[in-house]
Design a protein. Structure first.
Length: 424
């Protein structure tokens, strides 16, 4: 592989406080140097950036993949295509597949399939309970040794308090954490939209927003009891964020992420029974959306994850209450996040930090930085270039985007994995 030099770039590395014009040199798949006045090595490939932003490849903290077991929705290979188009070079895969990732051999399978793409590092979560059924704790030690980045039951809440207590204790013993889907299941069961005036008018069974805060409050108490680390996924309500903010101020090991739908859309997006906007948790009132935006700005939220949930068209072409919940999010992760920059809610370095160095720190990864000697996982994007989300024309197999029809500013121009161009 010959050397590559990026010239006339805006180098942006939030973790290092770098935001300056310059060049970056890649040699043998690693970042060799960067600065304002680098010479061009003989025989090197020159990438003219034209002032576009050159940043670390994105780290997606939470995404569901169709493989194994639901390849008709998506394969690891098709997810890698969508991820590369979205500037994602590292992805944490949820374990509630078919079968669940509760066996070391299955974890190794996912790791190998990620490596085989050549464009995406897949870091699988281990199933916190066997079969992600919420009953019997998995073999944390064996799964951690096999490569589990952390533990979760994916889109299913760990409902029993005793089981969650054990999971937090075991995760602490193995130096990691538990990711919880924060929703009290008995309150959410059978629901399709946020409980309130809109759900009533549409005749849809409701999920009270309190279902999220109740689970968050319980698990904060368990984190206090066990001194374990709990991470709340796709937090979507003001009440839950207030609890998380207070727990952090107390010094507890509590972190959280959110996803683009919860700071870009509100419950009105379900419109006339629009199933692409049926998500889990459901879209909320605008007051909650604004609370999520505020929590991004004040540091309460530790990362933005795609919360990618691929669905087959037949899963969505059903009456709203029966349709599958979830939306695809890999190709739109950067663009929707940049909407908050254009809306002046976040500065560009702060927004990018939520997609790079902050999830890397949470996971204990060396990725997410433009560090000399690090693998050249890179993203080149134009924050001003306009494009439109069109379901049916998105990269990859899954097309169930809740942002279908959305005009965006901020387009990925190129993605590199270990110095090799994989998109653009």
């Amino acid at each position: 592989m010959r050397d590559t030099i990026f010239v006339n770039a805006r180098l942006l590395d939030p973790g290092a406080g770098l935001d300056a014009p310059g060049s970056l040199l890649v040699s043998r798949g690693l970042i060799a140097d960067h600065g304002g006045a680098l010479g061009i090595p003989e025989g090197a490939e020159v990438v003219e950036c034209g002032g576009a932003v050159l940043a670390p490849g994105l780290i997606d903290l939470r995404a569901a993949l169709g493989e194994p077991g639901a390849e008709y929705r998506e394969t690891i290979e098709s997810a890698a295509v969508a991820a590369a188009a979205g500037g994602i070079t590292t992805l944490c895969a949820l374990p509630d597949t078919q079968p669940a990732l509760d066996d070391p051999a299955l974890l190794q399978f996912v790791l190998r399939r990620g490596e085989a793409t050549g464009s995406l590092s897949i870091l699988p979560y281990g199933a916190a309970t066997k079969g992600c059924a919420g009953k019997e704790i998995s073999e944390f030690g064996l799964l951690r040794e096999a490569g589990a980045i952390a533990f979760s039951d994916g889109s299913r809440a760990i409902a029993e308090a005793r089981t969650m207590r054990l999971a937090l204790s075991y995760a602490r013993a193995f130096g990691t954490f538990v990711v919880q889907h924060p929703e009290e299941p008995s309150l959410a069961r059978g629901g399709a939209a946020t409980e309130g005036e809109l759900a009533t008018r549409l005749g849809l069974p409701g999920i009270p927003p309190a279902a999220e805060a109740m689970m968050v409050a319980r698990d904060i108490a368990l984190a206090r009891l066990t001194r374990g680390h709990v991470h709340f996924a796709h937090v979507s309500t003001a009440a839950a964020l207030d609890l998380i903010r207070a727990a952090k101020a107390e010094g507890l090991a509590v972190t959280c992420d959110t996803a683009p739908p919860y700071f870009d859309l509100n419950e009105t997006a379900i419109g006339d029974f629009r199933t692409y906007a049926k998500l889990s948790p459901p879209l909320r009132r605008d007051a909650d959306r604004l609370a999520v935006v505020a929590a991004l700005a004040d540091g309460t939220v530790d990362a933005i994850a795609s919360d990618h949930q691929p669905a087959d068209p037949d899963d969505k072409r059903l009456p709203f209450a029966q349709a599958s919940a979830g939306g695809t999010g890999l190709a739109t992760l950067l663009g929707i996040t940049l909407a908050r920059v254009h809306g002046e809610d976040l500065a560009l370095p702060d927004a990018l930090a939520l997609l790079t160095c902050r999830p890397a720190k949470l996971l204990g990864l060396e990725a997410g930085r433009l560090a000399r000697g690090a693998p050249a996982d890179l993203l080149l994007f134009d924050p001003e270039r306009a494009w439109k989300v069109e379901a049916g024309r998105l990269p990859g197999k899954a097309q169930n985007s809740p942002f279908d029809g959305r005009a965006l500013e901020g387009r990925v121009l190129g993605t590199w994995k270990a110095g090799r161009r994989v998109f653009g």
